[in-house]
Design a protein around this ligand. Structure first.
Ligand SMILES: NC(=O)c1ccc[n+]([C@@H]2O[C@H](COP(=O)([O-])OP(=O)(O)OC[C@H]3O[C@@H](n4cnc5c(N)ncnc54)[C@H](OP(=O)(O)O)[C@@H]3O)[C@@H](O)[C@H]2O)c1
Length: 234
């Protein structure tokens, strides 16, 4: 989900090279068809907008086209800096990253629960580590995504469901999401991040912060007390 550009597209290409039969989805169908053209027999396409109420139904019909699903990978997301708190940006981010995420992850979870198990992997972000002043809805929804995955992981364990979870938290990646409007430090290439993601999925990692520089950064972010965090200029 979210294979039409950026990190999701690169992950899809790697899975394809590894011999997976892929179901790819996002809103921009032409980009998905371009990817399908690389291996028409191994890819099924579905235009899905995760913010729309028919998205669950469409995901289930994509799964049916594929003849089943072993791995659900969620890359769909939006994010903008919003220092003036424009309501449209805040609400659209909530619709996509919170409501849409919950809708799609829930659909995959219930599917796997009924069919004896599977693997759910999602790109959240290091932005969920703390509330970030420049991007309130983005950081808040990324925290929600990580908590939601952790909650489902606990629930699945307690219900003895054989569902594995991988929460992928990259730092800055050079994709359209960053919009090229600002200089971001420690920028990573989507291809490199995608390789780490696929490795982490195969190894069954529960949480993966990408890369090691961001593992150190987020470790220290967590130690910063609230009274000091609010004074830090981001
Ligand atoms: N770039 C970074 O620095 C960074 C860092 C950490 C985490 N992330 C996360 O990584 C994920 C992928 O982002 P990216 O950086 O690869 O940016 P991207 O190139 O903009 O990719 C975003 C993907 O999400 C899809 N999407 C957006 N809204 C959607 C909707 N309503 N329904 C279905 N799909 C939707 C887009 O497809 P359509 O537009 O075709 O629908 C696209 O495939 C996001 O969750 C992002 O938050 C990015």
């Amino acid at each position: 989900m979210g294979a039409s550009s950026g990190i999701g597209l690169e992950v899809a290409k790697l899975l394809l090279a590894d011999g997976w039969h892929l179901g790819i989805a996002a809103r921009r169908e032409q980009q998905l068809q371009d990817l399908k053209a690389l291996a028409p027999d191994c890819i099924e396409v579905m235009a899905i907008d995760v913010t729309k109420s028919d998205a669950s139904e469409l995901l289930l019909s994509l799964i049916e086209k594929l003849g089943g699903m072993d791995l659900y990978f969620h890359a769909s997301g939006i994010g903008r800096q919003n220092r003036t708190l424009e309501p449209d940006i805040e609400l659209q981010t909530m619709e996509t990253n919170a409501v849409g995420f919950t809708r799609m992850i829930g659909t995959a979870y219930r599917y796997f629960a009924e069919r004896g198990g599977g693997h759910i992997a999602a790109i959240t972000s290091i932005a969920g580590t703390k509330g970030l002043g420049p991007a309130p809805s983005y950081s808040a929804t990324k925290a929600l995504q990580s908590s939601y995955l952790q909650a489902l992981e606990q629930q699945a364990h307690q219900r003895s469901l054989n569902i594995r979870f991988t929460d992928i938290r990259p730092g800055f990646v050079d994709t359209a999401l960053l919009n090229g409007s600002f200089h971001y430090p420690m920028l990573m290439k989507p291809e490199t991040v995608a390789r780490d993601i696929v490795r982490s999925i195969y190894r069954g990692r529960h949480v993966r912060v990408i890369d090691c520089r961001y593992r150190i950064l987020t470790f220290f972010w967590r130690l910063i007390p609230r009274w000091l965090w609010r004074k830090i200029k981001l």
